[in-house]
Design a protein around this ligand. Structure first.
Ligand code: AMP
Length: 395
């Protein structure tokens, strides 16, 4: 048996994709289309370890999907064998709290949620519509970044703003990166050899976007991202938490428009705004060279992360595991060591050799004596999406 599933992750100017056999979980193809909307974009299609690169014009997501099918026709594998398409969809609002089969009516509901995620949902919807046109005969499902956090309790998701305003517009914390937090937190249970619902844990998803979650005996109870994926930790280009009064200040005192403010906080802030670099390889190098801005940026990043970890330990009433994942979390022993050192007062001790060893495997990096297990677990959102899609189509 084989159940090849096409996974699509459509952003505003790019589409990442993979075909995964949901039975043996092998990656059959992967690729990325970049610079959608430009006159000359690129597609990199990898199959059997070989990457095929082409430059094409992608005026829109529809054209990008057509070229994607041509790449599959030319270089394989055949899309005719694909049993379903899973779409990463950022915002499910309060309506969609689990993976959902897509039909016209569902897509209409999803369109209505776009104001909640104006930067993220419209490209996902464009990707869904285009993919349904080129692959009309297989089921399409939406996998929501918010779904894992549907279990947050009201005291965690409620903002202290007028009740009526919040109710009318769906204003509350939703949490994002749920597919990764779900995948990683379950993997932690496997690594520790414990039932998922038998312990408390914290997962730090530190990639270009960054978020942290608290999971109480298998139930997500806190998340750092909010109404939008801008809240919480310092990120590559996103500010994370700022005083909510900053928006009014920038509008009144600096004369910035709402769109300028949104762009500044989403695309020009975070590590980029603080030190001009987003990639932690560059940031670590700058810090090594004694660059003051990069040193402060890293200190701000670490301080914010530590303050969330401390808060979540209190909310959970103690934790058995704290896990690092995604590009920054998986590849930065220095950052992990800095956090562990600050948690030494709780009895946390790292095994420095294991922490410093590069590996793609999930692993415990704390000593056996450590009061809290510290782990690195590589995330795999595509695999999690393939599993979700398989379950949704009942394959
Ligand atoms: P992600 O969004 O999970 O793909 O993470 C991307 C980020 O991970 C990059 O911007 C880097 O900051 C970081 N990253 C990836 N590889 C490394 C590495 N080898 N060393 C340090 N940071 C890395």
């Amino acid at each position: 048996m084989s159940t090849p599933i096409l996974l699509l992750n459509a952003g505003s100017s790019s589409i990442k994709y993979q075909v995964i056999d949901a039975d043996d979980e092998a990656v059959l193809a992967s690729g990325i289309i970049q610079r959608i909307g430009d006159e000359s974009g690129t597609i990199d299609h990898t199959v059997d370890g070989q990457t095929h690169h082409q430059t094409r014009g992608f005026p829109n997501h529809g054209r990008a999907l057509t070229v994607l099918t041509q790449m599959f026709d030319e270089f394989g594998p055949s899309l005719a064998s694909v049993k379903a398409v899973g779409h990463r969809t950022v915002h499910g609002g309060a309506e969609f709290n689990s993976t959902t089969l897509i039909d016209d009516e569902m897509l209409e509901h999803l369109r209505k949620l776009s104001p909640l995620a104006p930067l993220h949902n419209p490209p996902a919807i464009a990707g869904i519509a285009a993919a349904r046109r080129v692959l009309p005969d297989v089921p399409h499902v939406a996998i929501f970044d918010t779904a894992f956090f549907a279990t947050l309790p009201p005291e965690a998701y409620t903002y202290a703003v007028p009740r009526e305003l919040a109710a009318e517009h769906g204003i509350r914390k939703y949490g994002f990166h749920g597919t990764s937090h779900s995948y990683v937190s379950r993997k932690v249970a496997d690594v520790l050899g414990k039932p998922y619902d038998s312990f408390n844990q914290i997962v730090c998803h530190l990639g270009n976007g960054a978020s942290i979650s608290a999971v109480d005996h298998g139930v997500a109870v806190e998340a750092s991202m909010g109404l939008t994926p801008l809240a919480g930790l310092v990120m590559g280009t996103r500010s994370g938490d700022v005083d909510p009064g900053l928006h009014a200040f920038l509008a009144r005192q600096v004369g910035m428009s709402i769109d300028d403010i949104d762009t500044t906080l989403n695309k020009k802030s975070g590590m980029l705004g603080l030190c001009g670099a987003t990639d932690f390889r560059d940031i670590n190098e700058l810090v090594g060279d004694g660059d003051e801005a990069a040193t402060l940026a890293l200190a701000v990043y670490t301080h914010r992360l530590l303050s969330y970890i401390g808060s979540y330990i209190a909310i959970l009433g103690g934790v058995e595991a704290i896990t690092f994942t995604a590009g920054v979390g998986e590849n930065n022993p220095l950052l992990r060591a800095a956090i562990a050192k600050r948690l030494a007062f709780l009895g946390v001790t790292l095994d420095d050799t294991v922490n410093d060893t590069r590996s793609k495997e999930p692993r415990v990096i704390s000593t056996p004596e450590s009061s809290i297990a510290i782990l690195v677990v590589p995330t795999n959102e595509e695999l999690a999406m393939a599993r979700e899609t398989k379950a949704a189509i009942g394959a």
